[in-house]
Ligand binder design. Structure first.
Ligand code: FAD
Length: 462
């Protein structure tokens, strides 16, 4: 039998790969990565749609700010094909529920209120952060304090664009203090680079992995199609069991699966994780963000400069609100995609594709006329139903304290945790996942090399 590795890393998404690479660079080479699916990258996931590569998961990288975005730097190095998205004209491209554009002056006025409200949110958040006590409110509460709660369909769709479109949850549930000001944008910048490359966003995780693995298919330190179902841990070490009946032993384990997977109970921890840890996991939010792609025989929507995005208003907040065409990235592709989130994602995930397509066609007919052609194909990712993700990314809910958030990342005995949800500054983002992997690995390196093991502190793990 091969000797047991020092560390098993569960999951080969951005955080797991980044953790493994950090361990490797610190001289800890006896590692084993167990990944449930046939490939690395996790939520960095491309697919082929009508002969083109589209991203089912992460799509944007942010840049242009005061802090370098390590993933954007990597993307530049790899000459990843991206296009800079232009959201400037959204106020000229906002459609009414029954069709027809709103006058841009009206949308601009509402947009002005929304941006002033965003500024207020940032200031209120900073004020709350300066207080010693962990006082927080929801973003919606902040809107009410500002006396500008979005109520009309038009106000709601603009609010959706600024909040739900990022957080994938409504302002009613999202923490103000831990969301505003938006770190990803403040630090990395608001230049939104949309990845449209045949190699996919996932090339970034492959690039990192190749720096310490000889091959992504045959290096014995990476095992694909290994679904972890059980982690048995004690002060002596860890035993990991997979669905196919294999057993692996190690001294430590890093769990990088999504928050949704942790919440779902797919992995059985023995003994059960302590209550503080289970509360930290259960009380945080795992959201759903769905990009529905549609291919048509021709582009019947406006194309050309300033048309990339359009908004659809509806009395039901979040009903197919945000649309993008791919003519800038792939001219002549005739592909549109619409983004839905949270409860709307949960609703449509239960529906057959034909029903979703019928709902979408009803809207497109209102906007562009009865004669619009039928879609040639439709692609509906179902992140919420996928047992290896159970959602898209995490979101900080109102009422969830910093202390609890720290516990989400805390190790339990020899069991360490990483993933975008354990990062503080850029939670939800691929950059957050990358940095989380480095942080968790460094925490564990401190334990292995200097015997300073947080997981065993104060016997908290019993
Ligand atoms: P994951 O990528 O989930 O990695 C965990 C790995 O664990 C996966 O490979 C999974 O298969 C594996 N796994 C799960 N269960 C098991 C098991 N039982 N045994 C073994 N392995 C297991 N970020 C951005 O920066 N910009 C964006 O524009 C953006 N948009 C997004 C849109 C969508 C629709 C989604 C889904 C995500 C988006 N994100 C975006 C978020 C970004 O993709 C994630 O934050 C990041 O990829 C998470 O990496 P991770 O390593 O934490 O988790």
């Amino acid at each position: 039998a091969s000797p047991s590795p020092t560390v098993i890393v569960i999951g080969a998404g951005m955080s797991g790969i980044s953790a493994a690479k950090t361990l490797h660079e610190a001289g800890i080479h006896d590692i084993l990565i167990l990944e449930a699916t046939p490939k690395i990258g996790g939520r960095l996931k491309k697919t082929q749609f009508s002969g083109l590569t589209v991203e089912l998961g992460a799509n944007w990288l942010y840049g242009g700010g005061t802090v370098a975005n390590p993933l954007l730097d990597m993307a530049t190095k790899l000459k990843l094909r991206t296009s800079l998205n232009d959201f400037e004209n959204i106020t000229s491209n906002t459609y009414k529920q029954e069709g027809g554009l709103y006058p841009s002056k009206l949308v601009e006025a509402i947009n002005k209120v929304a941006t002033a409200r965003n500024d207020f949110c940032s200031k209120l958040s900073e004020r709350l952060s300066s207080k010693k006590k962990d006082v927080d409110v929801s973003i919606l509460a902040a809107h009410r304090i500002y006396k500008q709660e979005p109520k009309t369909p038009l106000e709601m769709v603009i609010d959706y664009y600024y909040n739900d479109y990022q957080d994938a949850e409504p302002p009613k549930v999202t923490s103000l203090k831990h969301t505003y000001p938006r770190n990803e944008i403040v630090d990395h910048g608001d230049d939104a680079y949309f990845v449209a490359d045949p190699r996919g966003f996932e090339i970034l995780s492959q690039y990192l992995a190749k720096q310490f693995l000889s091959s992504l298919t045959s290096d014995p330190r990476l095992k694909l199609n290994k679904v972890v179902r059980e982690i048995i841990y004690s002060s002596h070490g860890v035993t990991v069991k997979t669905e196919d009946g294999s057993t692996y032993n190690s001294r430590y384990v890093i769990v990088s699966v999504s928050l949704g997977v942790l919440q779902s109970g797919l992995i059985d921890f023995k003994p059960t994780l302590p209550l503080w840890k289970r509360i930290a996991i259960s009380d945080f939010s795992m959201t759903i963000y769905t990009k529905i792609f549609l291919k048509f025989s021709y582009a019947f929507w406006p194309t050309g400069p300033g048309t990339e995005f359009f908004l659809y208003t509806h009395a039901r907040r979040g009903y197919y609100p945000l649309w993008q065409h791919l003519e800038n990235e792939y001219p002549g592709s005739n592909i549109l995609f619409v983004t839905v989130t949270a409860d709307e994602s949960r609703r449509i995930e239960q529906l057959p594709d034909e029903t979703i397509e019928a709902e979408i066609m009803e809207i497109l007919k209102k906007l562009f006329g009865e004669n619009v052609p039928k879609a040639e194909s439709i692609l509906v990712p179902r992140w919420g139903m996928d047992k290896f993700y159970k959602g898209s990314y995490s979101n900080w809910p109102d009422g969830y304290s910093q202390n609890r958030k720290d516990q989400l990342a805390d190790p339990v005995g020899p069991v360490y945790f990483t993933g975008e949800h354990t990062n503080d500054k850029y939670i939800g983002y691929a950059t957050g996942a990358y940095l989380a992997g480095i942080d968790t690995a460094n925490d564990l390196i401190e334990c292995i090399k200097n015997k300073s093991c947080r997981g065993f502190n104060r016997n908290r793990w019993h």
